[in-house]
Design a protein around this ligand. Structure first.
Ligand SMILES: Nc1ncnc2c1ncn2[C@@H]1O[C@H](COP(=O)(O)OP(=O)(O)O)[C@@H](O)[C@H]1O
Ligand SMILES: [Mg+2]
Length: 304
């Protein structure tokens, strides 16, 4: 009875409403991790933007990823969730080609990037816009120069090419308006709040129209009101830019507001991939424990 009570709370947490407990028969079940067959099936049925097949990554004797299988569909907002230290950022870096896996395939828009040379990889990387946890703005550049950075860099813009400089300035202005910032071009990062810095970082990531926008812990280190604003901004941009978004966070509440589908990384593997309905119906105790934020249950400190 107690279990049933617990399960009901679990459903309500995700769905915001009561669901009859028709999935109660497999109490304490631990499901198998997501396997490569799932990726094949998923990508036969849907257009996949990103797929990982049996990805392994070890640092010295620290096994971080061991057999990650994951699919992200074109145009969706996908949430990768897991506790701190689970290996989410390492997984991201593999997707970006900043780290190469020891084993496995990473297929971005039908290209296996583990087979590419440096130059080819750099081209693929231009399809990604990145928003890091720390915002990572350049302190010595003002907002206009920070947001326009990639256009100046990749465009090889000369100091006296005023036509091109003015074009970039217009583009920066337009992009800042998209993230709800206006008239702050001359300000320096130290003059901005945490939330504003995050917006500037997002503007910098979207200015060259990437196909995939990746946010690593987008709401960490900013106050709760700014968190809500960043969440609505991410939603708003997703619909305006019709882009694939990957949000990586340990904050399930924020993540569920944004995501169409999600995956849970635990013990170096994806142990759940699916939509919110499937999450509500899961009977994997490890997933349920994470959702409930419980310290009791099958997840031991060693596993994270
Ligand atoms: N370049 C590296 N060399 C060695 N260990 C690393 C490296 N990058 C990450 N790690 C380790 O891998 C584990 C996962 O880290 P990370 O992916 O940053 O976790 P998170 O899920 O919090 O993003 C941690 O134990 C971290 O210390
Ligand atoms: Mg991280």
């Amino acid at each position: 009875m107690e279990q049933e009570e617990k399960r009901r709370e679990h459903h309500e947490h995700i769905e915001g409403e009561h669901i009859e407990g028709e999935h109660l028969e497999h109490e304490h079940a631990e499901q198998k991790p997501i396997e490569r067959e799932h990726v094949e099936r998923e990508c036969a049925e849907h257009e996949c933007m990103i797929r990982l097949v049996d990805v392994h990554k070890t640092f010295m004797d620290l096994k971080v990823l061991h057999g990650v299988n994951l699919t992200i569909r074109k145009g969706e907002t996908f949430l990768l969730i897991g506790r701190s230290g689970a290996g989410k950022t390492v997984l991201l870096k593999n997707i970006l080609g900043l780290l190469s896996p020891d084993e496995g395939q990473i297929i971005i828009d039908n290209t296996d990037i583990t087979k590419l040379n440096k130059r080819e990889l750099q081209k693929v990387r231009l399809q990604f816009g990145l928003v890091f946890q720390s915002s990572a703005l350049f302190d010595f550049l003002n907002v206009q120069e920070n947001v326009g950075f990639f256009l100046y860099e990749h465009g090889n813009v000369k100091k006296n090419d005023f036509l091109r400089i003015n074009q970039i300035k217009d583009k920066v202005k337009e992009t800042l308006a998209l993230v709800g910032l206006e008239g702050i071009e001359e300000k320096y990062p130290y003059q901005l709040s945490g939330g504003m810095k995050k917006r500037v970082a997002i503007a910098r990531a979207i200015i060259y129209q990437p196909k995939v926008l990746i946010y690593d812990e987008p709401t960490t280190g900013i106050d709760p009101i700014a968190v809500d604003k960043i969440v609505s901004l991410i939603e708003d941009l997703h619909s305006k830019l019709s882009i694939t978004s990957l949000v990586v966070t340990h904050d399930l509440e924020v993540g569920l507001k944004l995501a169409d589908r999600l995956a849970f990384l635990l013990g170096g593997k994806i142990i759940f991939e699916g939509d919110k309905q499937e999450l509500a119906n899961t009977n994997d105790e490890r997933v349920i424990q994470f959702i409930e934020g419980s310290s009791k249950g099958p997840i031991k400190e060693m596993e994270v």
